[in-house]
Design a binder for this molecule. Structure first.
Ligand SMILES: [Zn+2]
Length: 323
């Protein structure tokens, strides 16, 4: 499932390419036809992410709310920006047969070879450059819930958990239920709010970190990694976690989210040398302390990493370092 950093990156992609121009809104699949008709031909004036949700504000006062959930993904095509990190990471993964255009990419990236003007980019849990675009706009492929189209760029949404038109008041109600997001809220206030909420709860800290009303944007990867980085047992009730540790968890989340938004990757290991950093960018197996490493030796103490289901999601931890 896309975590907060992905959703912020998607919102920024919309801010770069879809603001202040008329947008043709349609639902090629038909399931969102009525909603699309309410937005069609209007102009997007704001694109924002809060936690795992994205909100596009249109000039006539209506909003489009999107929650990608487990299976949702955006496909962008046309004149789109793709950042250096993604281009070089994709290049390292060996997809050199594809020749997408990367605006502002590394000169030595395979993506900047040739001179096609249009690219494809899929943004969901991870980001992936697609094959070169031959015609614009491309035909919608598969179950496209909503298509947003300008004269130069198109975005197709498939498989979201939520895709709905809201009024400003309805958006406020959704936002009121969400915990703080470091990239949205005042940092000092947000930290105090997070600490106060966690320290009141009898719930295990591993569950609190995934509760979007406690903190918005953390998902399964970040929660496992944050807890390991703090050497904190996942099972301690929030109210029994020392205040300094709760504060440290918040500050570490701010740090990791910032890296995630910059790189598009959930890089959760610090202090890597160049080679290890390159491996981490290219492969998930080389990127994390505990996530998805069941039975493998802890990178710090060698104890096999443990896994169990908690709240319906897999939780990974080191039983020694996080005793
Ligand atoms: Zn360990």
């Amino acid at each position: 499932m896309p975590e907060g950093h992905s959703v912020h990156r998607i919102a920024r992609q919309f801010a770069r390419h879809f603001l202040d121009v008329p947008v043709a809104v349609s639902s090629p699949q038909g399931r969102f036809a009525a909603g699309a008709a309410q937005l069609d031909g209007h102009t997007i004036v704001q694109s924002r992410a809060v936690g795992k949700q994205m909100f596009l504000e249109f000039e006539h006062g209506l909003w489009l709310r999107i929650h990608l959930g487990m299976y949702g993904a955006w496909d962008f095509a046309g004149e789109i920006d793709v950042d250096d990190t993604l281009a070089s990471a994709n290049g390292r993964m060996g997809q050199t047969n594809q020749r997408g255009t990367v605006v502002g990419s590394h000169e030595d990236s395979p993506w900047s070879i040739g001179a096609p003007r249009r690219a494809r980019l899929r943004m969901s849990e991870s980001e992936k450059l697609g094959a070169e675009l031959e015609t614009f706009p491309p035909e919608p492929v598969g179950q496209v819930r909503v298509r947003l189209l300008t004269s130069t760029t198109v975005a197709d949404l498939r498989g979201p958990t939520a895709c709905e038109v809201l009024t400003a008041e309805e958006v406020d109600r959704v936002l009121a239920k969400l915990g703080p997001d470091p990239l949205v809220d005042d940092l000092a206030e947000a930290e105090e709010r997070f600490v106060a909420t966690v320290r009141k709860k009898p719930t295990a800290i591993a569950l609190l970190l995934m509760d979007q009303s406690v903190v918005a944007g953390i998902g399964n990867v970040y929660r496992a990694e944050l807890l390991f980085r703090a050497r904190q047992s996942p099972f301690t009730p929030g109210r029994d976690v020392p205040t300094d540790t709760v504060r440290a968890l918040w500050r570490d989340w701010v740090h990791l989210l910032t890296i995630g938004v910059e790189t598009g990757q959930m890089l959760t290991m610090d202090g890597l040398d160049d080679e290890a950093h390159a491996r981490a960018l290219a492969s998930r197996d080389d990127r994390h302390w505990v996530y998805h490493r069941t039975g493998e030796p802890c990178r710090v103490c060698g104890t096999p990493i443990a896994m169990r289901e908690l709240g319906g999601r897999k939780l990974y931890w080191c039983p020694t370092d996080q005793a």
